[in-house]
Write a protein that binds this ligand. Sequence first.
Ligand code: GLN
Length: 516
Amino acid sequence: MQHETVIVLDFGGQYNQLIARRVRENNVYCEIYSYKTDLSIIKAKNPKGIIFTGGPNSVYLEDSPTIDPEIFRWGVPVLGICYGSQLMMHLLGGHVCRAPEREYGKTEVFVDNSSKMFTDVQPSTICWMSHNDYIEQAAPGFKITAHTVNCPVAAAENEEKGLYAVQFHPEVLHTAEGKKMLRNFVYNVCGCTGDWKMDSFVENNVKALRERIGDGKVLCALSGGVDSSVLAAMLAKAIGKQLTCVFVDHGLLRKNEKEEVCSVFGPGNANGFDINFICVDARERYFAKLAGVTEPERKRKIIGEEFIRVFEEQAKQIGKVDFLAQGTIYPDVVESGLGGESTVIKSHHNVGGLPDTVDFKELVEPLRNLFKDEVRQAGRELGLPEYLVSRQPFPGPGLGIRIIGEVTPEKVAIVQDADAIWREEIAKAGLDKEISQYYAALTNMHSVGVMGDERTYDYAVALRAVTTTDFMTAESYNMPWDVLGTVTSRIVNEVKHVNRVFYDCTGKPPATIELE
Ligand code: GLN
């Protein structure tokens, strides 16, 4: 089915994915393409609107990213944001140059409410600015619809041609009414009706998967994470017993994780999923391989390789499968350089090289067009329990990289218990939706303590909680002291062999989100 589509053309801005997410939050489907994409490809998508992103360059310099001005003549509305707004003005005869005052951060903007972009927006509203250049003069035919103290053209438009330019960034949350402005653009200007909804996505995709797979066999590596769980649920609904899910218990899972996954997908589950579910107990193999290993990269490698080996053994028993299912999601696609203009951040292989070793005909990746929050929503539509769909991100190597130094079953038990308490108390304090990622780790440090008049010499647990929008940078969360206090006393009382608790105050950079 063809959805109403808005296209984001990426000029190298940092917020390209955020723009697309905001559009989709308004129930309008949105895809990201590089500004270099051939116009005929964009046109063939039959977009309802086009959005130009920001970017680091200056439009008046040679070699800066540009676009064929033909795009302004299609009659398809265009919204230019920051660099995008400057480019629109520059190409259509306005004047862009170095600003006498650069603007950065939250800035008061005075807007003209009669603009379709600014319906119901306060006449004076706080917006996020980040620019060194500015539009000194709008292009002919454009009306100025917003300004700031330092910026004569903070927004301009040619309503008749459907062309809109904003110097600020409506997509970031610091722009108080940004969400409303983007909504105004897609509904009032582009005339979208909002046909992108997760319930119909699930329904249509279950049908499409059924048609594509026919009576073929599908193999899926289930990690218990959000993406692979939603993938498995969708396939379960589509093809039932033709699906085999392999879940590997490597002994490095979070507390109760195995039980939770088995109760959702295993035999006799309450969701009515009727699939072949294989749970492999590989704990001993892993602990044997990891004994005595302390170097982080080495640990990661061992865990990854062992996973492939276990998976291969299972796949061999199943024999030839027709499809291998992967939980690739849209940010993976964009970050591997296939959409948008951002440099290749990571080449994405969801199941770490499996396609080379397992015998299959084709890949199925039904979540490929979804953002994380949409994957979660799809999971809810499929009837998955909330604890699965709102799960914290969890690294492939599991607790193996949240235990500094050698990994042993005893250390795993300590970190599992401490982590469960940390998660429980954060949820109790109502902070779980606010923090992007949080977990407990085991430092490899022993220190002296005193308990019941006796000297102890035990482990220190590290607590981590960060906020981030993109996981590329992060800040340590400003955790209320009473939450830290409660968690600390519970951990030292309830978890054996812990006599000290640390909170990690470091951001990324210079630290990373995980410890190893
Ligand atoms: N490089 C342009 C400027 O400094 C645009 C910045 C942006 O898009 N954030 O004005």
